[in-house]
Design a protein around this ligand. Structure first.
Ligand code: ASP
Length: 612
């Protein structure tokens, strides 16, 4: 009889080595009759009087243990999550006790030797997969994350993330990228416009490092060093306001190359994702992701990250509305405003429609919250645009048919009409409503649609102050032919910047960078910095650029979000090993914690009234 054990075998014994890596999930029918020894956690304990069944678990699966006869007494002390080492014989289960949903469900281990490695306190929530519906709330699971990570669902998520990381790493290594590590105690350069986490220096009292918002400047410095193809699975930190899909520290796959243009970089990212999809999801992605210009994305979808799994577009119907008798719209037009519409395949009026009148009333409220005066809704029935009440369609008169044609609205479609004097506001609000409607209808043409959004503007106006800020980061290169607008109409300057969008979510961002120090200085000045503050903040970069900087560019993939999206989940916390909660606290270790005033003063020379 072959004896197997998951205790490490002596080095060099090949035959034994092959059979040593037994785990709770590795055994099957082929092992019937073998004596095995295995470690694991006592997960699911069932006392059948005279026979004790325990599902022994580890990260690879669960194995049913059977205790009967003499060993039963010893096993009676076992509790949930006790760690044990057991030995015994593998036997086939009876037909009626076979569990087809479990890969080891046809066998069980009849234990004849039990060693208790460690006891466990009673777990604060259920870890048993079969009892998933009694799962504790997220806050409690985050507090005991190390226990939550023992659950099958969590193990699968973490393993999925690992597979994706490995696939991406392999691809980049094969393509001659160097995996490099840039520092995480850096100069405070607030490069992305987000707030930074500051770290006080004890050895240089009164001075601070910051945690990098991204490795942006350092990866550019790598290019100046001639390292030419860089990547990093990089930890980034941004002290932004908490949001459901954000974490204050997150991971990005950060890439930078020299002497390549945007087309090359975009192709590379495409290949990387095609490969990951094939290897990890076993799915073939179509070659050649779609592209759209930033300005067209805003015009047609009201968003710089449109979800193209459904086709509804924004169509301008100002002319048609002007020619009608619909006074409410005509008033907006005569004040210089616009009327725009979108059609949605809602199957309105059918039993399967997810859009009812009540829902449309809620949408009107949403439109108002988004700053619009309201919304008019129409629907296609018996081939024609209709309204409730009919007075709306009557006042549209002959324009109704033209509008229907312009929108290519089909039977059952819902048509939403909006008007405003600000075209910008109209696009922004309609983009949001489009997304809400898409989520509600949810009839998507394909599972995953990638879209490159190209040619972002170089600058955006800040809503409140009206100041120019970089649309991406201040290092993106301008498109040469738009530089002529730099002084007169800076918002017309186009950056060589691109975002990659998956199903309406931005998953990557990148650009070709400025490699000329003079141009870099000019760009920073446009953002309101004077020479003094430029030299203080970015002097080291400008100096580096002056020593023969190559043409360079790159991108970064938001990795946490990508992993969640590919798992059809919206909760990025589920895919991060030890995440913060929605308030950016760690229920596990209690951070952030208050720091004693005395210590702040003594170690860092910082005095504050706020700390305890
Ligand atoms: N550093 C940029 C970011 O974190 C990405 C890039 O342009 O490569 O968004």
């Amino acid at each position: 009889m072959l004896i197997m054990s998951n205790v490490k075998s002596s080095i060099g014994d090949k035959a034994l080595k092959k059979t040593t890596e037994i785990t709770c999930g590795s055994l099957g029918v082929g092992d019937v009759g073998k004596i095995v020894s295995v470690f694991g956690w006592c997960r699911y304990i069932r006392d059948h009087g005279g026979k004790l069944f325990i599902d022994l678990a580890d990260r690879h699966g669960t194995l049913q243990l059977v205790f009967e006869g003499q060993i039963l007494k010893e096993a009676e002390v076992l509790g949930k999550e006790y760690v044990v080492h057991v030995s015994g014989v593998i036997k086939l289960r009876d037909e009626e006790t076979t569990d087809k949903s479990n890969p080891t469900g046809t066998i069980e281990l009849f234990v004849n030797k039990l060693e208790i490695i460690n006891k466990s306190s009673i777990p604060p929530f259920e870890l048993i997969d079969e009892k998933k519906k009694f799962l504790a709330n997220e806050e409690l699971r985050l507090k005991y994350r190390y226990l939550d990570l023992r659950r099958k669902e969590m193990i699968e998520r973490i393993e999925f993330r690992d597979k994706l990381t490995k696939s991406i790493r392999k691809f980049l290594w094969e393509n001659e990228f160097l995996e490099l590590e840039t520092p995480t105690l850096v100069k405070d350069t607030y490069e992305t416009g987000s707030r930074t986490f500051l770290v006080p220096s004890r050895t240089n009292e009164g001075r601070f490092y910051s945690l990098p918002q991204s490795p942006q400047i350092y990866k550019q410095l790598c290019m100046i060093s001639g390292l030419e193809r860089y990547f990093q699975v990089a930890r980034c930190y941004r002290d932004e306001d908490p949001r459901e899909d954000r974490q204050p520290e997150f991971t990005q796959i950060d890439i930078e190359l020299s002497f390549k243009d945007e087309k090359y970089i975009q192709n590379l990212i495409e290949e990387l994702l095609r490969r990951a999809f094939k290897e990890v999801l076993k799915k073939k992605l179509k070659k050649g992701f779609k592209h759209i210009m930033y300005r067209d994305a805003i015009k047609e979808y009201g968003s710089d990250k449109p979800d193209l799994r459904f086709d509804s577009r924004i169509v301008d119907i100002t002319e048609e509305a002007k020619a009608s008798e619909y006074n409410m719209l005509k008033r907006v037009i005569s004040s210089g405003g616009f009327v725009k519409a979108m059609a949605f395949p809602a199957e309105f009026g059918s039993a399967t429609s997810k859009i009812e009148k009540n829902y449309l009333l809620k949408l009107i409220e949403l439109a108002k919250e988004l700053g619009l005066g309201g919304m008019t809704w129409l629907f296609v029935s018996n081939g024609k645009l209709c309204s409730e009440p009919a007075s709306i369609i009557n006042s549209l008169g002959n324009s109704a048919e033209k509008i229907q044609k312009k929108l290519s609205a089909k039977e059952g479609d819902i048509v939403l009409l909006f008007s405003d004097v600000s075209e910008r506001l109209l696009f922004a609000a309609m983009g949001k409503i489009r997304k809400v409607m898409g989520d509600r209808i949810g009839k998507y043409s394909e599972e995953h649609i990638f879209l490159w959004v190209d040619e972002f503007p170089m600058f955006e106006k800040e809503e409140v102050t009206g100041k120019l800020k970089p649309a991406h980061n201040p290092f993106s290169a301008p498109k040469e032919d738009t530089l002529k607008y730099l002084n007169s109409e800076p918002e017309k300057v186009v950056a060589r910047q691109y975002d990659l969008v998956l199903n309406g979510v931005e998953i990557a961002s990148g650009s070709i960078r400025i490699h000329d120090p003079e141009q870099q200085r000019k760009s920073l000045k446009m953002m309101g910095m004077d020479d003094k503050s430029i030299d203080e903040t970015f002097g080291f970069l400008l100096e580096a650029l002056s020593y023969g900087a190559p043409i360079h560019g790159g991108a970064a993939l938001g990795f946490d979000r990508l992993v969640a999206l590919l798992s059809n989940s919206e909760n990025i916390r589920d895919f991060i090993l030890f995440p913060k909660n929605k308030k950016y606290e760690s229920p596990l270790d209690g951070s952030p914690t208050a720091v004693n005033k005395k210590r702040l003063m003594e170690d860092f020379g910082i005095s504050t009234d706020k700390q305890v």
